[in-house]
Design a protein around this ligand. Structure first.
Ligand code: NAD
Length: 252
């Protein structure tokens, strides 16, 4: 038996697609024949590099400068994708930030910016996408959560709260949208080798690795593989789940 993803010809939106895990998701979906519209915040050069990398293997990737904290911009961008592509099959909410600090000395902005991006950004894209997926009576929504949502870390109260809320939102949406055959899941990475985790890896490399069963960090591609699986025909009976891609983090 060969495994068919059924993704060829589908249309996706991926937020924060210009680097890190988001970039790996864009490229992996594009390799599967998906037309990928990806949002990036400000780095035009990085976004163009992703488009070019996809063109190199005849993949379809379209960069759109959209800040996920801006609800009106997200709504306009979703409309634009639908106008151009005539459907939206997959939404991947990947954009995220960290602003680590001890809570007692955490600035207001360190709390609000993390919540507005990691949680508010999901609301801002999901709301305009839902009507299109409902009328199609099909769709996949995949949110990037984190192990931090269930396994707290020092200095990460803001980030942990945002990702715990993403888990709760994922489960609630799965219930709300199931009758329209829209499947909603989250992928929760552990420590993945991207710019986001650089500081933590630099500060406590041995200590962090000692807490991972597989004794290594994850790669963006390993997270993209899980997202692609959940977007595909291989995951037609999975909804409301949090899939951990963490090498067994904090189990060691
Ligand atoms: P990263 O910092 O390398 O990339 C994040 C991307 O999101 C960047 O391209 C950034 O520009 C974009 N972004 C941030 N704010 C945005 C905004 N307001 N609008 C649009 N785009 C915005 O991080 P990453 O490691 O690739 O993380 C991707 C996702 O995975 C995030 O949600 C993150 O919380 C989650 N995650 C990462 C790790 C890890 O170890 N790297 C672990 C657990 C969860």
């Amino acid at each position: 038996m060969s495994l068919e993803t059924g993704l060829s010809g589908k249309v996706a939106i991926v937020t924060g697609g210009a680097r890190g895990i988001g970039r790996a998701i864009v490229e992996t979906l594009a390799r599967e024949g998906v037309t990928v519209n990806f949002f990036y915040k400000g780095n035009v050069e990085a976004a163009l590099a992703v488009e070019q990398a996809c063109q190199a293997f005849s993949g379809q990737a379209h960069a759109m400068q959209v800040d996920v904290t801006d609800p009106a911009a997200c709504a306009r961008a979703v409309e634009d994708v639908y106008d151009r592509c005539e459907r939206i099959d997959v939404l991947v909410n990947n954009a995220g930030i960290v602003r680590d600090n001890l809570l007692a000395i955490m600035e207001d902005d360190e709390i609000s910016s993390v919540l507005q991006t990691n949680l508010g950004g999901v609301f801002n894209t999901v709301r305009p996408v839902i009507p299109f997926m409902m009328s199609q009576r099909a769709g996949r929504i995949i949110n990037l959560s984190s192990v931090a949502g269930v396994k707290g870390g020092r200095g990460q109260a803001n980030y942990a709260a945002s990702k715990g809320a993403v888990d709760a939102l994922t489960r609630a949406l799965a219930v709300e949208l199931s009758s329209r055959r829209i499947l909603v899941n989250a992928v929760a990475p552990g420590v993945i080798e991207t710019e986001m985790s650089q500081q933590v890896r630099d500060l406590a490399d041995d200590e962090v690795k000692s807490r991972i069963l597989l004794k290594r960090y994850g790669q963006a591609q390993e997270v993209a593989n899980a997202v692609t699986f959940l977007a595909s025909d291989l995951a037609t009976y999975i909804t409301g789940q949090i899939l951990y891609v963490d090498g067994g983090f904090k189990m060691a």
